[in-house]
Design a protein around this ligand. Structure first.
Ligand code: CP
Length: 315
């Protein structure tokens, strides 16, 4: 890896290498080994221009378990509020010998823009941009699926809900296709399924009974009201009646199907509490695996970046 901006177009080998590397980190922090020294002397900067609980904290834990120094920039109290531009802020952080920027931004493409403008010695990791991509979330989801269900080729995976506004769904479909999953389906109302998903290799369903039939993995998505114009907002009660995952609808899936959600969950909107909290729900395991997966991405990007920078004379 050099930067990690998207799961689109990544080879099966690279996707598998990320999952295997994460596997090697999964016990770090839990047992006798509290830290590994792979990023000792490196500085990782978390730049979250949008709210986050899981992604920001697990990136911080991941970087600390790799022995990096971590800076969490509070955007609301940074000098951007005095008119400093994004790139001026980043060039100032570069001047402090930063090695990696972990970026979440409301604008699709912001991490790509930053990656094009930073010096060769700095790696950029996309922690979620607009509706476009959330590649580390997709990779922790792939890790969760492999850990609980095994061989991707034998699996049917359904992604349900507000696919239109979901950067997670798009990154998941790219990763699932890259890992040669048996079948990937998206299920939701016509207004919340983008037309291009069929072209990405997903089967589209508008009906839960048909879409969930024989699936091994059900991934629920949040209704992203903050990204919708009010006129297009579906009624929450109607959405829940048709697409909310209840025990009754879960019965359409295989009896051992696992339930996933990237979080934050909205109970009673896209998922019933009884489903979110049942023994087949792996929602909190996903959060935990996120640390090891982000350790994998940070360490692989850092070693790739060091190679590239050396070739370009950057270090
Ligand atoms: N899944 C996810 O991105 O959660 P946060 O917004 O809390 O980071």
């Amino acid at each position: 890896l050099r930067h990690f901006l998207t799961t689109e177009g990544l080879s099966t080998e690279l996707l598998t290498e990320i999952l295997d590397t994460a596997e090697s980190f999964v016990s770090v922090g839990k047992q006798a080994v509290k830290k590994v020294p792979l990023l000792r002397g490196k500085t990782v900067v978390n730049l979250f221009f949008e709210a986050s609980t899981r992604t920001r904290t697990t990136f911080e834990l991941a970087a600390k378990r790799l022995s990096a120094d971590v800076l969490n920039i509070d955007i609301s109290t940074s000098a951007t509020s005095k008119g400093e531009s994004l790139m001026d802020m980043l060039w100032n952080l570069e001047a402090m010998d930063s090695d990696m920027f972990v970026v979440r931004h409301q604008a699709s493409g912001a991490p790509h823009f930053i990656a094009e403008h930073v010096t060769p010695s700095v790696a950029v990791i996309n922690a979620g941009d607009g509706r476009h991509a959330h590649p580390t979330q997709a990779m922790l989801d792939m890790y969760t699926i492999r850990r609980h269900k095994g061989d991707f080729a034998k699996l049917n995976v359904a992604i349900v809900g507000d696919v239109l506004h979901s950067r997670v769904a798009r990154s998941q479909v790219h990763a699932l296709r890259g890992l040669n999953v048996g079948e990937v389906r998206v299920i939701g109302p016509k207004t919340l399924i983008p037309a291009d998903f069929e072209g990405l290799g997903a089967k589209i369903y508008y009906d839960m009974a048909k879409g969930l039939k024989d699936v091994d993995v059900v991934i629920m998505l949040r209704l992203q009201k903050e990204r919708m114009q009010s006129a297009l907002l579906p009624s929450e009660s109607e959405f829940y009646r048709l697409y909310g995952l209840t025990m009754e609808k879960l019965a359409f899936a295989k009896p051992d199907a696992i339930i996933m959600h990237p979080g934050p969950i909205n109970r009673g909107v896209e998922i019933e509490s009884a489903v979110a909290d049942c023994s087949r729900s792996v929602i909190l395991q996903q959060v935990n695996y996120g640390i090891a997966v982000r350790m994998a991405v940070l360490s692989m990007a850092m070693s790739g970046q060091t190679e590239v920078a050396a070739q370009e004379g950057g270090v």
